[in-house]
Write a protein that binds this ligand. Structure first.
Ligand SMILES: Nc1nc2c(c(=O)[nH]1)N[C@H]1C(S)=C(S)[C@@H](COP(=O)(O)O)O[C@H]1N2
Ligand SMILES: [Mo]
Length: 305
């Protein structure tokens, strides 16, 4: 295991084997009621172990699910929760292709059944200057990428959100160039902290948080975490990404959380944690520098923002 001695991270399979072995029993509860067939469907619970997590207090579920950015449903924070009822996150498949030997298309239920799900409580810092602590359930992206056998030409990874204007009212506006695309360098994508989330607070993802499958990269600004992903493509060149195309001076490809590099229109030195009154200091790499700073050794982070 990579992460062992962070002051604010617990690695339960090192410190507490009992906790590691203890699976959540929500599934068992469902099975006992004869409802196991609903597992993996909307509102069903997920079975998972505990992974690398901050010990900070999670932001209340209410805030995590009603204060959102998901421009496919509108630009206001309340739009994703209020305007996503028509969205159908199941059935769902994701295509993984590009520079790999074994491209595949996989259904969401197979992804959930075929991966070891973990809870990861991560800080999330939006480029706009607010932050949350979110208990995700998911699996490392690297496991999924390994399954398609990337070739040596795979230098970047592109993540594409679904385009479905009949279910996503915000796609009727040209706020962004749909579909929403985000990207990572291959080493960032293979990093153990990089998560494909399928759940939140122990349940499947609500529509507004990116059902049924979204990316979470905790040391980067939140916009790097594309929601409702239908395609993951290994590429040789950096993919053109939605926010970068819209405003390249404001949203770089790297988008590492960095209090020393301001957004052209506001400071990034501090943030408002939802539920808190006083702003707190923003940490380099959102506090994950011990594990990820090496990825950027020798790079000028003011230039590669
Ligand atoms: N497809 C898509 N993904 C997206 C966005 C979006 O508008 N569309 N917004 C991003 C931004 S700016 C943030 S801060 C996070 C918010 O995730 P949350 O609503 O689950 O907290 O989602 C990111 N992923
Ligand atoms: Mo954001």
């Amino acid at each position: 295991m990579l992460i062992r001695h962070a002051p604010d991270l617990t690695d339960n399979d090192v410190t507490d084997p009992g906790v590691y072995l203890q699976r959540r029993t929500l599934m068992a509860g469902l099975a006992g009621l004869g409802l196991a067939g609903f597992a993996g469907q909307a509102n069903a619970a997920l079975t998972y172990t505990k992974g690398f997590s901050t010990t900070e207090k999670p932001t209340p579920r209410k805030d995590v699910t009603t204060y959102n950015n998901f421009y496919e449903f509108g630009v206001d924070k309340g739009d994703p929760a209020e305007k996503s009822d028509r969205f159908k996150p199941r059935p769902w498949t994701v295509r993984i292709d590009g520079a790999c030997e074994a491209p595949r298309t996989v259904g969401i239920e197979d992804l959930i059944a075929g991966n070891k799900l973990e809870e990861r409580i991560y800080r999330m810092r939006c480029v706009e200057g607010w932050s949350m602590v979110i208990p995700w359930v998911g699996f490392p992206l690297k496991d999924l990428l390994a399954s398609v056998k990337p070739t040596s030409k795979a230098k970047y990874v592109a993540f594409e959100t679904v385009r479905r204007p009949s279910e996503m009212p915000g796609q009727g506006w040209n706020t962004l160039d749909w579909p929403y695309v985000e990207g990572l360098r291959i080493d960032e994508a293979m990093h153990p902290l990089t998560l494909m989330a399928v759940g939140l607070y122990g349940d499947v993802l609500p529509n507004q948080n990116g059902a049924p499958l979204r990316l979470v990269v905790p040391w980067k600004y939140g916009f790097k975490g594309g929601k409702s992903i239908v395609r993951i493509t290994l590429t040789e060149k950096p993919p053109a990404t939605a926010w970068n195309k819209l405003a390249p001076r404001e949203y770089g490809f790297y988008a590492n959380v960095n209090p020393a590099v301001d957004h052209p229109r506001w400071s990034q030195a501090t943030e408002r944690r939802l539920g808190e009154f006083r702003r707190r200091e923003t940490l380099p790499f959102n506090g994950y520098g011990e594990w990820v700073a090496d990825l950027y050794r020798g790079m000028d982070l003011k230039r590669f923002y």
